[in-house]
Design a binder for this molecule. Structure first.
Ligand SMILES: [Mg+2]
Length: 390
């Protein structure tokens, strides 16, 4: 089998709000086509226009090749060999950033082809299931024009998630910092009050995480607040510091009263090695598309396993990435949760329309996806509707 074409589509939600911090409003969907008629689908979470040009642009010399021209004619079953070729021969424009994100979408599509060609679900190709089901957690984003409204919104979401059947949820409580969705500002004391109210609302027989989205600049400001959260029994605290403050992460990992989680923005295993060995985080959070695809995400999983760390992947796009994440989670023993909401609980129109939900949630559990490849069906009408001219 040979790769004959790579199509990449920039999708944008018609109601895109440029002032919103939400990457579920756009997408780069990649279709890899073969001479046998089998095609694979992948996606990635980055600036889609930039990632598209990483794939489509022609190269200029041997160490700055175009990805499309490197791929044509290769056997799509050769996922590791293709990864290495793309990584090496795009090195002067790549190694990290948008090139790796674009590689991630291509790699996801290759695993889809591989599974379809062999008539096996992808988790079988990753070494087989190590569990019977996957536990999802809900990411809850509050709204509100005042801190009081914000608190009421998050508490209401927490109750709704529990009623829906979730066993775990992550409170996105971000009253300052670069990722502050609404521009609403609040103090650390107000945040403590909100998180305490959420715990009281869901009770103790429910796993609760908190994401503060890069809120603090230094570890000691963070510690002053999160030491007050010890009795709240949090499963982890996500991205308390800026992504590159690895010395700060190491201080938190040693001193915080809960696990520290990070890694949603990182590209390649090399950045995760730094995050785990210098930053000492307890929970690594690769995003399958962004880290470089399933090939690279599985390497990160193995590196985490060797170090006794957990994997709780980031996933905030559509059913394509959700399926890839679920196959990975099934194939490793140290992934207690995946980030997952059924389409009906999501605001993103792309998430709702691009693919029918690849997974079914029952009693707070997701059954393993068992169709060949990633097991998704792309809605081509939605692809047409949301694709923009580039
Ligand atoms: Mg996050």
């Amino acid at each position: 089998m040979k790769i004959v074409d790579i199509e990449s589509y920039v999708l944008v939600a018609p109601d895109l709000r440029q002032d919103a911090t939400s990457s579920s409003q756009d997408n780069l969907v990649v279709i890899v086509r073969t001479d046998e008629g089998i095609y694979g689908v992948g996606e990635t979470d980055t600036g889609p226009y930039i990632a598209k040009s990483c794939i489509d642009s022609p190269g200029s010399h041997t160490m700055a090749k175009g990805m499309k021209e490197l791929l044509i004619g290769m056997d799509p079953m050769d996922t590791s060999a293709i990864w290495e070729k793309l990584y090496v021969y795009t090195a002067m424009s790549g190694r990290r950033g948008a090139v790796i994100c674009a590689m991630g979408a291509i790699d996801m599509a290759l695993w889809d082809i591989k599974g379809k060609a062999l008539n096996l679900p992808v988790y079988k190709l990753l070494g087989g299931a190590q569990k019977e089901y996957i536990i999802p957690y809900a990411s809850l984003q509050p709204n509100g024009n005042t801190v009081k409204e914000y608190k009421e919104s998050l508490v209401a979401w927490a109750k709704k998630a529990k009623e829906y059947g979730y066993k775990a949820a992550k409170m996105e409580c971000t009253l300052d910092g670069p990722y502050n969705h609404s521009g609403l500002k609040g103090t650390d004391e107000e945040m403590t009050d909100i998180i305490r109210a959420c715990r009281e609302a869901v009770g103790n027989d429910f796993e609760m995480m908190v994401d503060v989205q890069y809120l603090w600049y230094d570890a000691h400001s963070c510690l002053r607040t999160i030491r007050k959260w010890e009795d709240l029994n949090l499963f982890f605290l996500e991205t308390p510091l800026r992504a590159d403050n690895l010395e700060g992460y190491a201080i938190l990992a040693r001193e915080a009263p809960m696990r520290i989680a990070a890694g949603e923005w990182l590209n390649t295993r090399f950045e995760f090695i730094e995050l785990m060995d210098r930053g000492l985080v307890h929970v690594a959070q690769p995003d399958v598309g962004r880290v470089g695809g399933l090939t690279e995400a599985m390497r990160v999983c193995h590196l985490a396993q060797d170090r006794g760390r957990l994997i709780v992947p980031h996933c905030w796009k559509t059913g394509i990435g959700i399926a890839a994440t679920a196959h990975m989670a099934a194939a490793i023993p140290h992934c207690p949760f995946i980030e997952y909401q059924p389409a009906e609980l999501c605001e993103s129109i792309l998430r709702k329309e691009l693919t029918p939900d690849p997974l079914v949630m029952k009693n707070g559990k997701l059954l393993l996806p068992d169709k060949p490849g990633l097991g998704i069906e792309l809605n081509w009408d939605a692809m047409k509707k949301f694709t923009v001219k580039t």
